[in-house]
Design a protein around this ligand. Structure first.
Ligand code: SF4
Length: 222
């Protein structure tokens, strides 16, 4: 069984299919405590959630007509039955699955099990301003491929400088897609653009949270 806080259909606000409709499944629980977290309600079971099984989640997705599916949280890979759900979703080649994971979980065993399939990973890298950088699993830099994303979540000038250093040190743009995502109301997107221009940084992408442009920033279910 899975602890599901919410499920809804909306646009993908910040993934590789940004602007396209997707079915979102948000799971309860997170092993991190980022300073700027915008989903604190997902942390520790203090909010309401429903117990749902893998078959029920799959049926919801199919009934919605969605092709894109985003599994998010919290941290979705903490759900103990996740292999069961992913086994089911991986059999349906009509679906494009994105797992939004927080960078503190090693994705290696998932990459091996679903190699070449319809499951992609959006792996956060939490920078110093998050207070969580020490938990980042840098082994994930070796697991990702060109269909996956490493997303740097930037809340300060120092975070931006650190992003530049890490991307270059690990040659990440040769391995996967690299997104630069400013923390809403903490860091202006234009500063990232200016930095990209000044460094002639052509192989990374600015990724703003589109849903926060359209709806109030703390609105849920969108
Ligand atoms: S990993 Fe995500 S859900 Fe967990 S504390 Fe950080 S921002 Fe919040």
């Amino acid at each position: 069984m899975f602890k599901v806080i919410e499920r809804f259909i909306s646009i993908d606000g910040e993934g590789p299919t940004s602007g396209e409709l997707a079915a979102f499944i948000r799971f309860e629980g997170c092993n991190l405590r980022c300073t700027w977290c915008d989903t604190k309600y997902s942390w520790d079971g203090s909010c309401s959630y429903e117990d749902q099984d893998a078959e029920g989640i799959y049926q919801y997705i199919k009934d919605s007509g969605a092709r894109n599916v985003t599994l998010t949280g919290g941290e979705p890979l903490l759900q103990k039955d996740m292999f069961h759900l992913l086994d089911l979703l991986s059999l349906d080649s009509a679906l494009h699955i994105h797992i939004e994971t927080n960078g503190a979980i090693d994705i290696g065993k998932y990459k091996v099990r679903y190699q070449g399939g319809n499951i992609r990973y959006i792996v956060d890298y939490k920078l110093p301003a998050s207070g969580m950088e020490r938990t980042m699993k840098k082994r994930n830099f070796e697991h990702v491929d060109q269909d996956d994303v490493i997303k740097f979540v930037i809340a300060s000038e120092g975070d931006l400088q650190e992003t530049w250093r890490i991307v270059n040190k690990h040659e990440l743009t040769r391995k996967c897609r690299v997104f630069l995502s400013p923390v809403a109301e903490s860091f202006e997107p234009k500063k990232i653009v200016e930095f990209m221009v000044s460094r002639k940084w052509h192989d990374v992408r600015l990724q703003v949270q589109v849903h926060k442009v359209i709806w109030p920033k703390d609105m849920r279910g969108v």
